[in-house]
Design a protein around this ligand. Structure first.
Ligand code: AMP
Ligand code: MG
Length: 425
């Protein structure tokens, strides 16, 4: 697939398998993926500030980690090649090595030193016996087992060898990575600049949380779920508010968003209703594909570009916003942020503890709870009613139950696929 957005818009039939009115979830993901252009600008930040950011450089190990052979346990270090004769064997303790305080003398045959975890092994030694395994008789230890040569030793370069690539460009920095880079003595790293994401809600019925609600109005909740999901991703937010279905106002806000942001996310107004001015505006100012995705919830979806900004037009229903965000937008934004090897949310299989009614021909993302059953096995049940406006189902859920197109009704005990949401929702 190497069609451009404009080709696809001008001539949808140029692609054999392209049907905007019946777009499978995986196809939609593939189409979006091929049009994404990640940020290129980089900045250098202090190591701690790189948490959640994407590396713009490979990190090479400037030294061996650990830097010297050292003991993995508290015990006694000696040269195993020296040990001859019958058990029990006796070794004279002639000094000690602590973490950060090496033994400076020389060891002769038949001698050992007291050594603590992290203590440097003297050059003449190669093995550590743990303290629990020896008998101490004044300045002599007695070994009753023959230790294995090299036991309890952590070797120089065992974790990382000098010059080795430790983390690659495009890596998402997590807690372990901060420690790993610190272990190399590196204080600053080069990362991609944060992605700027503008978002707004559309709809005449929307009211902000600090206003009284008149009949026929709803509070704008989508901007809050989007705020949460985007904040978790670590992007820079530009919240442009709740915008009424007025073409002039929407146009102004859309163009303003396109000027400032790398990506724009809107909710509502992309289905083909009477007040769907967004569609006309997007056709006028952008190159946007309008899809009906074979999924529930989240059927209408728009993707394309407005100016240089990537545009994601999500449905208005609160659950559909979250489902489409997790299935399409999250992954796309991670790619735009410069991350390599972005996985879709991983799937695994568990038995289902509740029956589910399901039509074939579309992918359903039911809200589920993975739990440990009384028999100790992991199972999943649904959160209850699955309407696309029932946002409490997302609060209750710890996973999506992903029912592919070909899957029909689910009976109790059947295996289903789940996608865990912990850390994402
Ligand atoms: P739409 O896609 O604009 O037709 O909206 C579909 C449904 O989602 C309607 O019931 C809207 O009232 C509701 N909706 C749209 N936007 C929001 C929002 N920001 N917060 C809560 N509900 C919304
Ligand atoms: Mg609307």
């Amino acid at each position: 697939m190497t069609t451009s957005l404009s080709q696809l818009i001008a001539n949808p039939s140029c692609m054999d398998d392209y049907d905007p009115n019946s777009m499978p979830v995986t196809k939609a993901r593939e189409y979006i993926r091929q049009f994404l252009t990640p940020v290129r600008d980089t900045e250098t930040v202090a190591l701690r500030q790189s948490l959640g950011r994407i590396l713009a450089q490979d990190i090479l190990s400037p030294a061996n980690v650990p830097n010297y052979d050292n003991s993995a346990m508290d015990g006694y270090a000696f040269n195993a090649d020296d040990l001859t004769g019958q058990l029990p064997l006796h070794l004279k303790v002639v000094g000690s090595a602590f973490a950060g305080k090496a033994f400076s003398g020389n060891l002769a045959s038949g001698e050992c030193i007291r050594i603590m975890t992290g203590g440097m092994l003297p050059a003449q030694t190669n093995t550590v016996v743990i303290q629990e395994k020896v008998k101490v008789l004044d300045d002599v230890i007695e070994l009753t087992d023959m230790p294995k040569r090299g036991a309890n030793v952590r070797y120089a370069g065992e974790d990382l060898a000098i010059g080795q690539i430790v983390l690659t460009k495009g890596h998402l920095m997590q807690a372990a990575d901060l420690g790993l880079i610190a272990s190399l003595g590196i204080a600053n790293v080069n990362v991609y600049r944060p992605l700027k994401v503008a978002f707004f809600s559309t709809g005449d019925e929307l009211v902000s949380v600090d206003q009284p609600l008149q009949s026929g109005q709803v509070y704008d909740s989508n901007r809050y779920t989007l705020f949460g999901m985007l904040t978790r991703l670590g992007v820079e937010l530009i919240d442009l508010g709740a915008i009424p279905d007025q073409p002039e106002v929407l146009e102004q806000v859309l163009l303003n968003a396109a000027r400032q942001a790398d990506a724009i996310i809107t909710s509502g107004g992309v289905s083909v209703g009477e007040a769907d001015y967004m569609k006309q505006l997007l056709e006028k100012h952008g190159q946007v594909l309008f899809w009906k995705i074979g999924m529930k919830p989240g059927r209408p979806l728009a993707y394309g570009k407005v100016g240089n900004a990537h545009y994601f037009g999500l449905p208005g229903n609160p659950v559909a916003v979250m489902v489409t965000f997790y299935q399409f937008v999250r992954e796309a934004l991670m790619r735009l942020m410069g991350q390599h090897d972005v996985p879709t949310l991983p799937l695994f299989t568990v038995p289902c503890a509740s029956p589910i009614k399901k039509l074939t021909g579309r992918t359903e993302f039911q809200r589920g709870i993975v739990f440990t059953d009384t028999d100790g096995a992991l199972k999943v049940k649904t959160t209850g009613p699955q309407g696309s406006a029932i946002l409490s189902s997302m609060s209750l859920a710890n996973c999506f139950i992903v029912l592919d197109e070909q899957v029909g009704n689910i009976e109790v005990g059947s295996l289903v696929q789940v996608q865990m949401l912990n850390g994402f929702t």
